[in-house]
Design a protein around this ligand. Structure first.
Ligand code: UD1
Length: 304
């Protein structure tokens, strides 16, 4: 198959590309390297350094493509709060461009990387796909708009677009080099530099952390599953939830408690019944084991 991956130089995208190449697919990557890294791109992939909002430039790359994975985005919540316009340009207009290019090329299916952040704060856990979304930051709203376009375009144009709501994905290649890195990347770096772990609020907020290999498994199953018709929204998480204080326990070292972060959700925990049903998927890597693997990767990385 010929498969196009937007965001294929990013953390999740590059792992997905590696797996697709292992399965002998021809893979085309679009990435503008804002957060993605060239070193992450599998050398067997065909790489194009382009912005997804540049429709005319990306459109020809969709010719003769069978499947599209749309992962390119500005995924940092704080950046979306600081710059809702630029992030909407990428996360909304860029997404519409990718969908439109895929539709015009008549691809078989598009998988769109949405986010658990569309749930915002809900009264009950676990989070189920039929709960009413409640975005508490621009990024979450942008992802929700993407999901709505996925549904609408599936109906209007007959090309199936499926949204996967990824929970907090972690694993090797997680971003560690910026204030906007995810909590695991930040804590590992802080610990290595002998600095205290910065905890926003009381640390009792919880997250469903899902290991990268499990996320890639689910994503590829969503490409292959015969049960999907398009327009679906499906949670991809571990189904378990851990507090930031527990994560700090596992990493160890000193801590510094700071004011709660703006636009932060209190708790997430995925109900993964739908993913299990639609593509017989089951997350395999426990949080403790996943964290052990990330620590190992991090140790090697800072030695080089
Ligand atoms: C993350 C992703 C987002 C994704 C979403 C899915 C990042 C940067 N963001 O958002 O793209 O769509 O998951 O659920 O990966 N925290 C601290 N101290 C820190 C950093 C964070 O206490 O130094 C806390 C935060 O307050 C938050 C939790 O850790 O409660 C997780 O934060 P973070 O890793 O930034 O991810 P999300 O905001 O959940």
């Amino acid at each position: 198959m010929r498969i196009l991956v937007t965001g294929g130089a990013g953390f999740i995208g590059s792992h997905l590309v590696d797996r697709l190449i292992k399965e002998n697919h021809k893979v085309i990557v679009i990435d503008n390297l804002t957060t993605g890294k060239e070193e992450n791109i599998n050398p067997q992939a065909e790489f194009h350094n382009l912005d997804i909002y540049d429709f005319e430039k990306i459109k020809p790359l969709f010719e003769k493509i069978d499947f599209v994975f749309h992962l390119a985005a500005i995924s940092q919540i704080l950046i979306s709060i600081k710059d809702p316009v630029e992030t909407s340009k990428v996360n909304i207009l860029g997404t519409i461009n990718v969908f439109k290019a895929a539709i015009e090329a008549k691809v078989k299916r598009v998988i769109f990387a949405s986010s658990s952040s569309v749930y915002g704060n809900q009264e009950k856990l676990p989070l189920k796909e039929n709960m009413r979304p409640n975005p508490v930051n621009p990024y979450a709203l942008q992802k929700l708009v993407g999901e709505q376009f996925a549904k609408l375009f599936t109906k209007l144009y007959g090309i199936p677009i499926i949204s996967l709501r990824y929970f907090n994905v972690y694993g090797p290649r997680i971003n560690i080099n910026s204030d906007y890195s995810s909590v695991i990347g930040k804590f590992l770096k802080q610990k290595a530099e002998g600095k205290p772990l910065t905890i926003f609020g009381n640390g009792e907020q919880t997250r469903d952390f899902c290991y990268i290999d499990d996320v890639v498994d689910a994503t590829i199953k969503a490409m292959k599953s015969k049960k999907l018709k398009g327009g679906e929204v499906i949670n991809i998480g571990s189904g378990k939830s851990y507090s930031i204080n527990y994560l700090a326990d596992l990493i160890g070292g000193k801590r510094k408690y700071l004011a709660p972060r703006e636009g932060d959700v209190k708790h997430t925990q995925a109900d993964i019944t739908l993913a299990k049903k639609l593509f017989t998927w089951q997350p395999k890597v426990s949080f403790e084991e996943g964290l052990r693997r990330v620590k190992e990767w991090f140790k090697k990385k800072i030695q080089n």
